[in-house]
Design a protein around this ligand. Structure first.
Ligand code: MN
Length: 567
C-alpha cells in the first residue's frame, strides 16, 4: 500500500503524524536535483512499505533524516513519538555518513553496520531503503561522488542485503552501481544484449501456452508464469566466464513458474522434463538443499522447441517472496496471522533447511505460536543475534557463524583447505589461540601453513558442523582407516555438444595436443536430439591442466557445455 493510502486509512495514525512532522522539518530543503528534500524520505518510506514492513518502521523511515539534516532534535522526536521510534532514528543517524575510503574504512563501516544489525535489524532496513533511493537518484550527484557512492553500495550495502536474503534488493543495488563502476563494459553490454534479450522474450512468450496447457492437463494451476531477465551486473560476470559469448548464457531470460505449495513444484518439474528434455547436470534442487543464504527454488535447463535452451525456475509463492525480500518477509509472516496454510511449510521440511535465515524463521514460527508478534519482535532483537555472530575477513567479506565459534570454524567456513591448513589466527590484529571465542565485528585473519593437518584437539572447541565433519574426515584420512578416499588420478570430462561428423575427432585432437592421454571415450546421443554427450576420461588429475583444456575445448565448433570431475 502506498504511504498516501496508509494515511488515508488512518489519518490520525503513526505514519500520518510522522509524515506531517518530517514534511514540516524538511520544508524549504532541496536535494542536489532541485527536488524538495522531503521527496527522498517519502520515497524511502514507500520502499519500506513495499517490503511490507510495519508502521513503526515506516514512520521511522519518514523521520530518518530529520535529526541529521534539520533543526529538529532527538528530544523532539522522543516527545512526539516515544522511545522505540527515537531508538530507530538514532540508530540510522549514527550509521549516518559511512565514508568509503580504502580497504580499512570498508572494514570499519562493515563492522558498524554489523553491530547495528545485531542490535536491531530494523535500523538496517531503513538504511537499505535510504540507500536504494539514493542509488536510484544517483545521477543528480557530481560524477566523482557518484563513483564513491557506487563503490560503497557495491562493496557494503549489496553484500549486506544478500546476507539478509534480500537478493532482489542486492541485485538492484549492484545493477544501479554497475554503470558507474564499469561504464565501458556497461555500454558494450547494452549494445550486445538488447536484441538477444528481445528475441529471448518473444520466444518464451511463444512457448508459454504449451507449458501452461501441459501443466493444466495434470491439474497443476500455477499461481503465475513470468520471465525474469538476468541481472546486468551478474550477466557481465557470467559472460567473463563464458568467453563473452552471449549464446552460452542460457538463463539470459529465465522462465519462472510459481505455485502455492512445494508438492506442485516437484510435480511441475516432472511435467516440464516430460515436455522438453532436460540438459544433464543442470537440474538443481535448492528446495531440498537451499543455498547458504536461504535461497530456495528448483532450477532446470531444458531443450525447448527449435533446440533452444531454456532455464526454468520453479518455486512457491512463499519462497519467491523470501527470495525478493529475505528477512523482511519474516515480518510479513509474523504479522499476517490470517493467511492460509498453503504458504506454510510442514515442520519436517523446515528441519532440512540450512542457513540462518531459515533458522530464524523456524524460530519465529515457534514464537509465533506461543507468544505472538510483539514477543517475537522483542526476543528477535534480544536473542536471535545473540546466537549468531558476524565476523569479517581482511578483504571485508562477512562470515556468519553461531555464537561461540572459533577461528577454526571461521577458517572452515571460508574454505575447507584453509581450515585444514590453519595454524593460528589474528583477531583485530592480535594473535589469539585457536579456541578463542569470536565476537560480532571481529576482523579475523587466518594464518596457514602448507601441508598442515587438523588436530584432534580442535574437536573440543569447533562449533560448526562444517568444521567438525571436515576435521573428522581429515583425521580418518590421517589414520588411514578403511574406506579412506583415494586421491584422484584421472579426470572425466563431460561435454555436451551439437552432434556432427568429426566432432569426437576434433575434441580428441585438442586433448592430444595438450599432451594428455585419453583413457576412455563414451558417447551418447539421444535419438531425435541434435545433442551428444561425451564422457572422456583423461590420465591427469591436475585441475589447472584440465581447466586449460576446457577453455580450448569450448572453442571447438558445436561444443555447448563442459563439466568435469576427478576420479
Ligand atoms: Mn536519507
Amino acid at each position: 500500500m502506498s504511504i498516501k493510502e496508509l494515511i488515508r486509512n488512518h489519518p490520525d495514525g503513526l505514519i500520518a503524524s510522522a509524515f506531517r512532522f518530517a514534511e514540516k522539518a524538511h520544508s524549504g530543503q532541496k536535494r542536489k536535483s532541485g527536488e524538495p528534500y522531503f521527496n527522498h524520505v517519502l520515497a524511502a518510506a514507500e520502499i519500506l512499505s513495499s517490503w511490507r514492513l510495519d508502521e513503526t518502521i515506516i514512520a521511522a523511515g519518514l523521520l530518518h533524516d530529520v535529526v541529521e539534516d534539520t533543526a529538529a532534535t532527538l528530544e523532539d522526536i522522543k516527545g512526539e513519538f516515544g522511545d522505540e521510534i527515537t531508538f530507530l532514528v538514532d540508530g540510522v543517524s549514527k550509521l549516518g555518513r559511512l565514508k568509503h575510503r580504502g580497504e580499512e574504512a570498508k572494514v570499519e563501516n562493515l563492522r558498524k553496520l554489523i553491530l547495528a544489525l545485531s542490535e536491531d535489524l530494523r535500523v538496517i532496513f531503513i538504511k537499505l531503503a535510504d540507500r536504494l533511493h539514493n542509488m536510484r537518484t544517483l545521477n543528480a550527484l557530481p560524477p566523482q561522488k557518484q563513483k564513491r557512492v557506487a563503490i560503497e553500495t557495491d562493496e557494503i550495502y549489496a553484500p549486506i542485503a544478500y546476507r539478509l536474503g534480500m537478493q532482489h534488493l542486492s541485485g538492484e543495488l549492484q545493477d544501479l552501481a554497475f554503470p558507474h563502476l564499469c561504464p565501458k563494459e556497461d555500454r558494450w553490454l547494452r549494445q550486445t544484449v538488447s536484441d538477444k534479450y528481445e528475441e529471448r522474450l518473444r520466444y518464451l512468450e511463444r512457448i508459454k501456452p504449451t507449458l501452461k496447457t501441459a501443466l493444466e492437463k495434470h491439474n497443476l494451476n500455477p499461481f503465475s508464469i513470468d520471465f525474469r531477465a538476468k541481472r546486468w551486473s551478474s550477466l557481465y560476470k557470467k559472460l567473463l566466464r563464458y568467453d563473452m559469448d552471449i549464446d552460452k548464457i542460457y538463463d539470459l531470460v529465465a522462465m519462472r513458474i510459481i505455485f502455492l505449495n512445494t508438492e506442485e513444484c516437484y510435480a511441475a518439474l516432472g511435467i516440464v522434463h516430460h515436455l522438453w528434455p532436460p540438459l544433464p547436470g543442470r537440474i538443481k534442487d535448492f528446495i531440498a538443499m537451499p543455498k547458504p543464504n536461504g535461497y530456495r527454488s528448483l532450477h532446470t535447463t531444458v531443450i525447448g522447441p527449435g533446440e533452444k535452451f531454456i532455464e526454468i525456475q520453479i518455486r512457491t509463492k512463499e519462497m519467491h517472496e523470501e527470495d525478493e525480500n529475505g528477512i523482511a518477509a519474516h515480518w510479513l509472516y509474523a504479522q499476517d496471522k490470517t493467511k492460509s496454510n498453503a504458504f506454510r511449510k510442514p515442520a519436517h521440511e523446515l528441519k532440512k533447511e540450512v542457513g540462518w535465515v531459515h533458522e530464524l524463521r523456524a524460530w519465529q514460527e515457534y514464537h509465533d505460536s506461543k507468544e505472538g508478534y510483539e514477543e517475537f519482535l522483542k526476543s528477535m532483537k534480544i536473542d536471535f543475534f545473540k546466537d549468531r555472530i558476524f565476523a569479517i575477513t581482511p578483504k571485508g567479506d562477512v562470515i556468519d557463524l553461531p555464537a561461540g565459534s572459533t577461528p577454526v570454524d571461521f577458517a572452515y567456513q571460508i574454505h575447507s583447505e584453509i581450515g585444514d591448513a590453519c595454524v593460528g589466527a589474528k583477531v583485530n590484529d592480535n594473535i589469539v589461540p585457536l579456541n578463542y571465542e569470536l565476537r560480532s565485528g571481529d576482523l579475523v585473519q587466518i594464518l596457514t601453513q602448507k601441508n598442515k593437518k587438523p588436530s584432534e584437539d580442535w574437536l573440543k572447541f569447533a562449533k560448526t558442523s562444517i568444521a567438525r565433519d571436515r576435521i573428522k574426515a581429515a583425521l580418518r584420512e590421517k589414520r588411514g582407516a578403511i574406506g579412506q578416499k583415494k586421491t584422484p588420478s584421472k579426470a572425466e570430462l563431460k561435454i555436451v555438444s551439437e552432434d556432427r561428423i568429426g566432432l569426437i575427432k576434433d575434441i580428441s585432437s585438442v586433448i592430444a595436443r595438450s599432451h594428455i592421454n585419453i583413457l576412455n571415450i563414451r558417447a551418447t546421443t539421444n535419438p531425435g536430439s541434435r545433442y551428444a554427450i561425451d564422457k572422456i576420461q583423461c590420465a591427469t588429475a591436475d585441475k589447472n591442466k584440465i581447466e586449460k583444456i576446457i577453455l580450448k575445448l569450448k572453442k571447438v565448433k558445436g561444443v555447448k557445455e563442459i563439466s568435469y570431475r576427478l576420479i
